[in-house]
Design a protein around this ligand. Structure first.
Ligand code: SAM
Length: 391
């Protein structure tokens, strides 16, 4: 047993079985042994879009530039990134802005909201020299709140319906291993959740409920006075997300480059992640003034922002064959239909901000985004790369 497993077993011995949300919070974010608190993971156990190719951040920079223009080029504009991971999105986005839209770059106040101290340290090292601050969600945000694979890393409750009754799955310790036991729901919010998203949960199949996501989206909606929320993650609208016949997406764990469905094993040594219910983000967001502006696949979103033009321009760059292949493969991977390309991108607007964004509509209305004669293509292994020596 590792020290985290011992600590969780001791807590269960003292207080009885714990909700899976508590278990997952400890497994991922225990201050000393949690998977993310130790800084483990991204780039080793699993790969995220910003770390696959800096073009991901560069394309989102175009969206940021358009937002700045749509807000009438304010002197300052917030960009708040939730869950910065290794800092790849901030690095590529800010470098692209600085190169291509320096006036917008000068206006952007980039803030990373990151729970893990180890990851904050990594971000600080990678983003040295770039204008970034760290802290919580500011009380007032005018601009953009961005996230990639943030909501899927929030602790979820597990519920199951037995003979028409909603039950919760708790984690117990047998003396030898952790196992699930069932009991009444720990909070009324669980039953209310399904009513709210308009889904009758099926019987006898464990379902994840991300109450934390509803709390976070409300916090963001209250803070965002004018601007947009752009959430990139895997999942589906509730009707699909909670239909096991149509949607195959169970709690998944990542360790050492492979995945498994054993969240109670290797505690603190593997990522645990759940698919997002985008209907919940929409419903709870509406409560605090967030208006949905679009839900597209990542493939569609990146293509709307010009992915194909970059792929085309890459062919015209005088690269050696190996670099060309390496970059092209990674760029294509960002939009691969069976892979990252099927992630969803959800947009919400607040405070009367335009509901027509380039990423969702494909139309370039902002003059500043008009095609340049020559696209600057960020390349793998460039200044955006994660340093190999960790500080
Ligand atoms: C799956 S990783 C994604 C990282 C990064 N966005 C990427 O795409 O590579 C989830 C990130 O969210 C952070 N995180 C999770 N819960 C958080 C919270 N409540 N507040 C801030 N950061 C959080 C984790 O520490 C981690 O950096």
């Amino acid at each position: 047993m590792n020290p985290l497993e011992q600590e969780i077993a001791a807590e269960i011995a003292r207080r009885g079985p714990m909700s899976f949300a508590r278990f997952m919070a400890l497994a991922l974010y225990h201050p000393r042994w949690g998977y993310y608190s130790r800084g483990a993971g991204i780039g080793r156990d699993f790969h995220t879009s910003p770390e696959i190719h800096p073009l991901f951040g560069a394309l989102i920079a175009r969206q940021v530039a358009e937002c700045w223009e749509l807000l009438d080029r304010p002197a300052t504009m917030d960009v708040v990134e939730l869950g910065g991971g290794n800092g790849g999105l901030a690095a590529s986005l800010l470098r692209e802005l600085k190169q291509e839209w320096p006036a917008c770059a000068a206006a952007v106040c980039y803030r990373i909201v990151e729970r893990s101290a180890a990851l904050r340290a990594r971000q600080r090292q990678r983003l040295r020299g770039l204008p970034v601050s760290w802290g919580g969600v500011p009380r007032v945000v005018q601009g953009l709140v961005l996230s990639n694979e943030f909501f899927d890393a929030l602790p979820v409750h597990l519920v199951i319906v037995r003979q028409g009754q909603l039950r919760e799955q708790y984690v117990d310790w047998t003396g030898e291993e952790f196992r699930f036991v069932e009991g009444p729901p720990s909070t009324r919010r669980l039953a209310a959740y399904f009513q709210r998203v308009g889904v009758q949960p099926v019987e006898d199949i464990p379902l994840e409920v991300n109450l934390a996501a509803t709390t976070v989206i409300k916090q963001i909606g209250r803070a965002l006075h004018r601007g947009w929320v752009i959430t990139i993650d895997y999942g589906a609208p509730a009707a699909l997300r909670y239909d096991p016949q149509r949607f195959r997406g169970v709690l998944t764990c990542y360790a050492g480059g492979s995945w498994n469905y054993e969240p109670l094993r290797r505690v603190g040594e593997q990522d645990i992640t759940a698919h997002i219910d985008f209907t919940a983000l929409s419903r709870w967001g509406r409560e605090v003034g967030l208006q949905p502006v679009g839900l597209l696949t990542q493939r569609e979103f990146l293509r709307n922002l010009g992915l194909d033009a970059y792929l085309h321009a890459l062919s015209e760059r005088p690269l050696d064959l190996a670099s060309w292949e390496w970059n092209r493969e990674a760029m294509v991977q960002l939009a691969a239909p069976g892979g990252l390309g099927r992630f969803l991108v959800f947009g919400q607007a607040a405070g009367g901000a335009s509901v027509l964004l380039m990423g969702f509509s494909g139309s370039q209305r902002a003059p500043l985004l008009r095609e340049r004669a020559r696209l600057r293509i960020p390349l793998l292994g460039g200044t955006d790369a994660l340093p190999t020596e960790e500080g």
